[in-house]
Design a protein around this ligand. Structure first.
Ligand code: TEU
Ligand code: CA
Length: 538
């Protein structure tokens, strides 16, 4: 039997920003439960929850202090069990985020580890000798500053790739690995549908050689974890791997199931930044390269792995603001991006609010909460980068663009909370909200709903072979998916100009299944016009 996740659509929830049930301004698990009917209406098969474990929330839950408990801001373990069973009643599986590269510095393992070299947990972390003010190397952390932090009690530095409150776990230690595998099995036994593995490509790191990703033991560790921890049948596992290329992705998502179901790869996500710069150094999207990258991934993994398909997540800006038009053609471009993605081969992920065409937030700097933004702003200020340039980068790429509260209604705080939200609600909720889109047959929500239903109706969405059309066309992204006698043809005008229809014969012998416009105009493609055709030979 084919794996369920190959024909599934997965929805990502960022719990703190989804729905607040008790007026403290922070989204929580009872809030999620209250929206399960909405998710069922949308039609998704599974929900990936960003971390809800006990955490000091230095990095919004990606710093875990107890892997077997729920943070009180999100609810209780009873709430979690209820979420799992209520979701199950609606045919929705719950996917937990697994942060295994690091824990919180407030995890009992680390509290003990930092007190003495004799602690049984000392070796769960990565320590190197050195002298105060003379770190072992000049490696930097991803949220700024050095990757090494001095602990006078033990006279050593610990290694952290993210914030100083996220010490890296030492995967070389077998006892640590066993403990993590136990914990994973414990969650699976609760009825969890699968796991998303945070920065999975960092697990085999080798700091002495400056290696953070793709370390020498990486795939060995993943295979061991797969054997020992992902034992319950039917689990979906998706690894986050910024460093993945098509070759490593074939290992990660090997069809024999020896590693993971699939990985999130970011090659297409890294294109709109200046050569040699960071994500904050903005550059226009090189459209032909974007097509080349997606074409390459579709082709390379065909029969040899499995793609995950996404434009957005909690770390990324809103796709309609990034690659579409979040003004005049917001609806059209949101639909175009939806069709372009959902027509590809792989498992599509929808990030909360993407199904409404939610947009980036353009706030003054003091409204942002994210540790990555805050650290970047102070670093760039210190370097003398002009304030407008910093603001432009944050508006384009800041992680909080994805983290503004879900827009449920046009009412107070967008219906997200009765209290005061932990981060400002986007004022455009007056226009963009779930309540109005549910009522409107031509909304972005309805478009996503239709795409999900079509995927369930036509196996060619899951199995069809991808073939790129018009690879050199400067404005159109077009492809077919073919399986047996069925063929899908997707044609998208990626930009805001009206252009001649480059495939005028596309409609011949094919049925128009879906379009980003309500009517048909032969001979042209209007701004962000996207069409889906189906050919079926009886
Ligand atoms: O993100 C991985 C990661 O590398 C991020 O730092 C990413 O580069 C950045 O967000 C892009 O702007 C994962 C989680 O998705 C992220 O939310 C966490 O902060 C991070 O790991 C640490 O756990
Ligand atoms: Ca709450």
């Amino acid at each position: 039997m084919a794996e369920w996740w190959k024909s599934a659509v997965i929805y990502q929830i960022y719990p703190r920003s989804f729905a607040d049930s008790n007026g403290d301004g922070i989204g929580d698990i009872p809030g999620i439960i209250s929206k399960l009917d909405y998710l069922q209406t949308l039609g998704v098969d599974a929900v990936w929850l960003s971390p809800v474990y006990r955490s000091p929330q230095d990095d919004n839950g990606y710093d875990i202090s107890d892997y077997r408990d729920i943070d009180p801001i999100f609810g209780t373990m009873e709430d979690m069990d209820r979420l799992i069973s209520e979701a199950d009643k609606r045919g929705i599986r719950i996917i937990m985020d697994l942060v295994l590269n690091h824990s919180s510095d407030e995890h009992p393992w680390f509290i003990s580890a930092r007190q003495s070299r004799e602690s049984p947990w000392h070796d769960y972390y990565i320590w190197r000798d050195g002298a105060e003010d003379a770190p072992p190397s000049d490696m930097g952390a991803s949220f700024g500053g050095s990757a090494w932090e001095w602990v006078p009690e033990v006279g050593q530095y610990y290694f952290h790739q993210f914030s100083v409150k996220q010490p890296d776990l030492n995967w070389e230690n077998p006892a640590l690995r066993r403990e993590l595998y136990d914990m994973i099995r414990w969650w699976a036994d609760k009825g969890i549908g699968g796991f998303r593995l945070d920065v999975v490509d960092h697990l085999g790191k080798d700091p002495d050689r400056g290696i953070t990703v793709k370390g020498p033991r990486l795939h060995e560790f993943i295979r061991e974890m797969s054997r020992e921890a992902f034992v319950k049948p039917g689990l979906v596992t998706v690894g986050e791997a910024w460093s993945a290329d098509t070759e490593s992705a074939k290992l990660y998502s090997a069809p024999d199931g020896s590693e993971l179901s699939m990985v999130f790869q970011f090659e297409h996500i890294k294109l709109d930044q200046a050569e040699g710069g960071e994500k904050w150094d903005l550059a226009p999207l090189p459209f032909l390269r974007f097509k080349e990258v997606l074409n390459r991934w579709q082709t390379a993994l065909s029969g040899q792995g499995w793609n995950s398909l996404f434009w957005e997540n909690h770390d990324l800006p809103r796709s309609v603001s990034r690659w579409g038009d979040d003004g005049k053609y917001r609806t059209e471009s949101a639909k175009m991006l939806a069709l372009l993605l959902h027509g590809l081969q792989g498992t599509p992920y929808i990030y909360q609010g993407q199904e409404l065409g939610m947009t980036n937030a353009r706030y003054p700097l003091e409204e942002y909460r994210d540790i990555e933004i805050r650290n970047m702003v102070s670093e760039r200020r210190a370097k003398g980068v002009p304030e407008e340039e910093i603001l432009r980068s944050v508006h384009a790429k800041g992680r909080d663009n994805a983290r503004t509260p879900m827009q449920w209604t046009d009412g107070k705080n967008a219906g997200f909370t009765d209290g005061s939200p932990w981060i400002k609600v986007n004022p455009n909720h007056a226009d963009i909200n779930a309540a109005s889109q549910l009522e409107d047959e031509s909304s972005v929500f309805r478009f996503y709903q239709t795409l999900i239903r079509l995927r369930k109706t036509h196996p060619v969405f899951t199995d069809g072979t991808f073939e790129m059309l018009l690879p050199d066309h400067p404005a159109v992204f077009a492809y077919t998916r073919t399986e047996g006698g069925s063929q899908l043809l997707v044609m998208c005008n990626f930009f805001g100009d009206t252009i001649p229809d480059p495939l005028p014969e596309a409609g011949a012998g094919r049925r128009l299944l879906l379009s980003s416009y309500p009517d048909e105009k032969p001979g042209i493609l209007r701004p962000y016009e996207a069409r889906l055709y189906l050919k079926e030979s009886e």
